[in-house]
Design a protein around this ligand. Sequence first.
Ligand code: A2P
Length: 286
Amino acid sequence: MSAIVPASTVPLIRGTNEPAPLHMPQLGLGTYKIGAGQVERVVRDALDVGYRHIDTAQMYGNEAGVGAALASSRVPRDHLWVTSKLDNPNHRREDALRSFEATMRDLRLDVLDLFLVHWPMADSPGIDLVDTWRTMIEILHSGRVRAIGVSNFQPEHLRRIVGATDVVPAVNQIELHPWLTQSELRAMHAQMGIVTQSWSPLGRGRLLAEPTVVEIAEAVGASPAQVIIRWHLQNSLVVIPKSTHRERLAANADVFGITLDDTQMAALNALDQGLRTGSHPDQIQV
Ligand code: A2P
């Protein structure tokens, strides 16, 4: 099987409001729920078939396996994009710095491309979002991450951290797919210069049986997963579909020759019903 390199990238501010953008591959591998026993093989397969962007998190418990796959890969480090996330119990400064060191040790990296606050934890006693964001800025200034951002932040959370620090997150990674199009957050991101990244982009696989998706897939000669991935890409979203199967990994990345027309995009946009397949950010507390 020949390698398919997802060529498309999106420019990214560094979280320091500096002009020179980084370029983040628009398609990557999500590793949520890929267990420690399996993840090394999956990441190796993904790199083999052309993925250059791997998304993990301390909470997933699989960073060491991701690190082992990266270490054994022949892909040059500067061709790879690696994202990880600060775990929920570790928001306080000392904990966050320690947690970051553990992430770097497990991933076996000197420099991480993107480090995110995993959940806002806005209602957790003793945790202050602005303090957490200031610690992220400190980590950025240490030179060990190329960009910082957030995940699962709601509009009020973004307003608070940017209002207090003037440092705009490079990315907000949120649940996003045709059943949950997140138009309010996307409009805010566009205004603030934040890249929107979609987690559970296939609705945890449940969207693959959605009749509109299946119909469009038949019309364009692609799989339902490819159609949904195209929808994300054509909406300028950064997308991290997950699969544990090598053939699916390859097919999910082989989407740069497929185009959905305006009518097909509109039909997929119209599936929005505010349906979450994962937790609402307000439900997650320490
Ligand atoms: P599997 O790992 O068995 O391939 P999401 O990225 O939205 O969380 O969705 C991930 C889910 O979608 C997983 O259950 C994954 O199953 C499934 N999946 C991913 N790609 C495909 C595909 N091309 N065909 C069928 N199922 C897929």
